[in-house]
Design a protein around this ligand. Structure first.
Ligand code: GRF
Length: 207
């Protein structure tokens, strides 16, 4: 059994996908120990409470620097003996402090096919706006391990989603979530929990 923490800043639909997978018996090797949110209004914290999981509000505004926040987060998650950290729409930059404490133990979901539409400034609706502006016909989602960069870590899973002529950023965001994100994230967590992900030379191999 692995001990997992999920970090959220917003609505937490990806967190919900994880909780639903757990309730459906699809993540037998995972215990969700806590959900951490950096915004008081993050609905993900409420979702955690409703599922009977400890919800921890660790506000970014209480810390003067990003590094100070990272240290507090690291200490909290080490104290809780967390094996896997899942970033599910967590909008705080994790620095080397967190990455060093949890090497290849932090995973993130990004709503594009990395290396397209990723990196600094590509988050939320912006990702989908840029995909539509560029006129790509296919986008998708990526689950990856977190390293020191922004969206640069080893890729675990990807899934493609078709772009339709009538798409708006909002409609595309929803379809990418429904068709890709909510499926990929539980699957990546399952593979991790069963010890099936090996990182070699910056790439993930499934065993
Ligand atoms: C998702 O699109 C995710 O890919 C991105 O932030 C969004 C979070 O949505 N990193 P939610 O809070 O899980 O509903």
């Amino acid at each position: 059994m692995i001990r997992a923490a999920v970090l959220v800043s917003g609505g937490g639909t990806n967190l919900q996908a994880l909780l639903d997978a757990k309730a459906a018996g699809k993540l037998p090797e995972v215990e969700f120990v806590c959900v951490v949110g950096n915004r008081r209004k993050a609905y993900g914290l409420e979702r955690a409470r409703m599922a009977g999981i400890e919800a921890i509000y660790l506000p970014t505004v209480r810390f003067e620097t990003n590094e100070a926040y990272n240290i507090a987060l690291r200490d909290l998650l080490l104290e809780k003996k967390i094996d896997l950290i899942v970033l599910a729409g967590f909008l705080v930059v994790l620095g080397q402090t967190m990455v060093d404490a949890f090497p290849n133990r932090i995973i993130n979901i990004h709503p594009s096919l990395i290396p397209s539409f990723c990196g600094d400034g590509f988050y939320g609706l912006k990702v989908h706006e840029e995909a539509l502006r560029r006129g790509v016909k296919v986008t998708g989602a990526t689950v990856h391990f977190v390293d020191g960069g922004t969206d640069t870590g080893p890729i675990i899973l990807q899934k493609a989603v078709e772009i339709l002529p009538e798409d708006t950023p909002e409609s595309l965001q929803l379809r990418v979530m429904q068709q890709a994100e909510w499926k990929l994230l539980p699957e990546a967590v399952r593979l991790f929990s069963e010890g099936k992900l090996i990182v070699e030379d910056g790439r993930v191999r499934e065993i």
